[in-house]
Design a protein around this ligand. Structure first.
Ligand SMILES: [Mg+2]
Length: 237
């Protein structure tokens, strides 16, 4: 029977609905730009900004692992293309990004998420493992998480083994002593399973197992069922 030492959690769409928070953060950014750099809003619709993001990403493909830098760069380029000089555009892009980043952290946790983390933190080392740019410390989740691993720091995102190995090193744990919890079948479940970790698939929307070659150690439809799944994994012969 495995002894579990560490449990890592994906953040976006595992602990909160990221689309919901992003829509609001984008709206907040747009109203800030409307007041502070109105030329950008006049010249760039939401779609035009997405096109610019594609252009920036084509020029700097590595930024896909660092969504904060990518977004700041897109804002900067938009401001530059509205005729601002480098320094002025840089200052405004920093301010705009800061506004966005604050709003991006106004998350609404899934029911039971914080209680579940609190329960698990009593008995296990917990870590955050994200490809996104949510900062667990900014969310005061360092009450529960002892460490965090982000794709921006590692230079590559899940499902790359580097992310999971980095987490295991941080926890000084073997893969068999670790469980990763996440919503994404490839990035979270397949990625963690590849390095030998146990996995709990958070399937809140009742999605089918696709592809069916992926076998999570356990599946939950509510985050509050994770502790019971951890116990079940520990009791597996
Ligand atoms: Mg996720």
């Amino acid at each position: 029977m495995p002894t579990i030492k560490v449990i890592t959690f994906d953040l976006d769409n595992t602990l909160w609905d990221v689309q919901r928070v992003m829509i609001k953060a984008e709206q907040h950014l747009r109203s800030w730009l409307t007041a502070e750099v109105p030329e950008v809003v006049a010249h760039y619709s939401g779609e035009a900004l997405r096109d610019l993001r594609t252009t920036v990403l084509a020029e700097h493909p590595n930024l896909v692992h660092d969504l904060s830098k990518l977004r700041r760069e897109v804002i900067y380029q938009a401001i530059r293309r509205c005729g601002y000089g480098r320094i002025e555009a840089g200052t405004r892009a920093d301010a705009a990004f800061a506004e966005f980043y604050e709003a991006r952290h106004r998350v609404e946790y899934f029911e039971g998420a914080l209680e579940t983390l609190a329960t698990l933190a009593e008995n296990y080392l917990l870590g955050a493992l994200t490809n996104g740019n949510a900062d667990f410390k900014k969310l005061q989740l360092d009450r529960f998480f002892s460490f965090g691993v982000s794709s921006a720091d590692v230079g590559v995102g899940k499902p790359a083994p580097d992310m999971f190995i980095n987490a295991l090193n941080r926890a000084d744990a073997l893969a068999v002593e670790a469980i990763h919890v996440g919503d994404h079948l490839i990035d979270d479940i397949q990625g963690a399973a590849t390095v030998g970790m146990h996995t709990i698939w958070v399937n809140l929307k009742d999605q089918p197992l696709m592809p069916d070659t992926i076998n999570p150690s356990a599946t939950v439809s509510r985050i509050s069922d994770v502790p019971a799944s951890v116990v079940a994994i520990e009791q597996t012969p």
